[in-house]
Design a protein around this ligand. Structure first.
Ligand SMILES: *[C@@H]1O[C@H](CO)[C@@H](O)[C@H](O)[C@H]1NC(C)=O
Ligand SMILES: *[C@@H]1O[C@H](CO)[C@@H](O)[C@H](O)[C@H]1NC(C)=O
Ligand SMILES: *[C@@H]1O[C@H](CO)[C@@H](O)[C@H](O)[C@H]1NC(C)=O
Ligand SMILES: *[C@@H]1O[C@H](CO)[C@@H](O)[C@H](O)[C@H]1NC(C)=O
Ligand SMILES: *[C@@H]1O[C@H](CO)[C@@H](O)[C@H](O)[C@H]1NC(C)=O
Length: 476
């Protein structure tokens, strides 16, 4: 009996730790060639990451998370919020086709629906102010209607500027004045539905946007100048930011709503502070902090989070900066960038990279060394960069030290690789040539494209072969 009790204990403890302290990542797919979902599933398992946040609900992608135990957050893009807001039947259909359909025995462990993504960013000029809350209500109502409301919660990933602290510290926090009523209503809706408040917190952006931001305040290693607020001493921006939200929530009468950090991370290229050294320092401090389960001064306990992001995305908008395409803890090809210990024990090792990645052939497109009239090239370079990704060559980036010819070759190669090494994409008025020797220059990597279409076909035909094989056995 004692043994059984013991067993139940160990079992429950294991379940409890895995559910309560899971590690989450965002997986965005704005890249020229994305990794196959089955590759992603294996990466998550290999690195003991048990929650994934997606930005849509693409059926083909979501189905690969079936029977993996991985907890999934599916997303509704901002441009669909209008439809969800104005048409409850549409929300019901969506729940049926994009959520319920995955919930068979051994199906996908969907836990959250992210309604929109940072819809109240100031740069959207208020485009989603009217639709977001009604869309949220319709999605939760549709989930409730089919009896999923207890298991699956609708929420909204918010950018951290939906609240601020005026000129004071966190104790002065409140939801942004232009959207205060709206945010307060949304927050109370979460409270009624026992849904979490998702917030994206980026110390890197604070540093990036403000020259006077104290660098050490972005990290977790302490500072000589803590910020004193209402008797509390803040040594890092993360704590101060999260506590500003806690105070804002108290003022909105929705204290007690669970806070989940929807995105947190540090980019590794394309910026003076965006490099592997800084990213490693940030993550190392963050994982250690989370592991203490101390939380923040006003939000004690374990904090759930989703890292941003799993892999680099070479087609993300770079309006905020060149770093936008380099948020991955893994490179574009699923290979790790630097050692880390997600459990926060300080035993840092290289994460396990994606397996069986198929690259395009070992071919690079560079400036033809006999090219005449290089004066004409800036427009070609601009063309190539605008349709591929030259962010590594920007100020502070890993390829910023290339000479003029290196810059041209870099642009040509990125365009060539991101177009699947199509011969037509390495012409540039005869100024370009294809070579078979690695064109990388020093620490500046000239990457090879991925054969992602091949990976997709590869796996499906593999399944066909297996099915064929079993049919063959059955016939025998
Ligand atoms: C989800 O459901 C809607 C409505 O039923 C459908 O039109 C759509 O194709 C589905 N998939 C995604 C990714 O939204
Ligand atoms: C918001 O307004 C600015 C300035 O009027 C404009 O440049 C920008 O394109 C607008 N953005 C959106 C998403 O409408
Ligand atoms: C990373 O960025 C920091 C801050 O700009 C800089 O001091 C450091 O030299 C950089 N490290 C590398 C390896 O580029
Ligand atoms: C190469 O391109 C980068 C990014 O546009 C630029 O900052 C740098 O000055 C260029 N280098 C030369 C030598 O033209
Ligand atoms: C090309 O060289 C770079 C730098 O030495 C290296 O990191 C990369 O793996 C090489 N690429 C291939 C395909 O061999």
């Amino acid at each position: 009996m004692a043994h059984i009790k013991m067993l139940i204990w160990v079992c429950c403890l294991a379940l409890w730790t895995s559910f309560a302290f899971g590690i989450g990542v965002n997986w965005g797919t704005q890249a020229a060639q994305t990794l196959h979902p089955s590759t992603i599933v294996q990466m998550l398992k290999d690195n003991k990451i048990d929650k994934v946040k997606l930005f849509d609900s693409d059926h083909w992608t979501v189905k690969y998370f079936a029977n993996t135990g991985i907890e999934v957050m599916v997303g509704i893009p901002n441009n669909q919020l209008g439809k969800f807001a104005s048409d409850y039947d549409f929300a019901k259909e969506w729940v049926k086709n994009n959520v319920s359909t995955h919930l068979y025995n051994g199906g996908v462990n969907i836990k959250f629906v992210a309604v929109g993504n940072e819809p109240f960013l100031k740069s959207y000029n208020g485009s989603f102010l009217k639709s977001t809350f009604p869309a949220l209500q319709n999605v939760q109502k549709a989930l409730n209607a089919v009896g999923l409301g207890d298991k699956i919660k609708a929420t909204i990933p918010q950018n951290a500027d939906v609240y601020d602290s005026g000129n004071g510290g966190p104790s002065n926090g409140n939801f942004r004045s232009d959207i205060r009523d709206l945010m307060q209503n949304i927050c109370r809706f979460f409270k009624e539905n026992n849904a979490p408040f998702l917030v994206n917190i980026y110390p890197f952006l604070s540093l990036n946007e403000n020259k006077h931001f104290p660098v050490e305040f972005a990290f977790f290693d302490g500072t000589s100048k803590p910020v004193k607020d209402n008797g509390i001493s803040y040594t890092n921006m993360f704590d101060a930011n999260l506590d500003t939200l806690v105070v804002s929530m108290r003022k909105a009468n929705c204290a007690g709503v669970k806070i989940i950090v929807g995105e947190i991370g540090w980019p590794t290229d394309g910026d003076l502070y965006g490099n592997v050294t800084m990213a490693k320092k940030f993550y190392s401090g963050f994982f250690k902090k989370i592991a203490t389960k101390k939380g923040t001064p006003l939000y004690p306990g374990y904090i759930e989070y989703y890292l941003f992001s799993l892999t680099d995305e070479n087609q993300k908008s770079i309006a905020p900066g060149s770093f936008e395409r380099h948020w991955g803890i893994f490179k574009y090809d699923g290979q790790p960038k630097f050692p880390m210990d997600i459990t926060g024990q300080g035993r840092e090792t290289m994460p396990v990279g994606a397996k069986n990645i198929k690259y395009l052939e070992k071919k690079w497109c560079i400036l033809n060394k006999y090219a005449q009239d290089i004066g004409k090239l800036p427009s070609s370079v601009q063309y190539a960069c605008s349709r591929s990704d030259c962010t590594a060559t920007s100020y502070g980036g890993s390829c910023n030290k290339l000479d003029a010819n290196g810059n041209i070759s870099y642009a040509f190669n990125m365009y060539f690789q991101m177009n699947g090494q199509d011969v037509e994409s390495c012409v540039f008025d005869g100024m370009a040539q294809i070579v078979q020797t690695n064109a990388s220059i020093g620490s500046c990597l000239f990457p090879l494209g991925l054969d992602s279409a091949g990976a997709r076909i590869g796996l499906d035909s593999m399944i066909n072969i297996l099915v064929g094989f079993f049919l063959f056995l059955a016939l025998l």
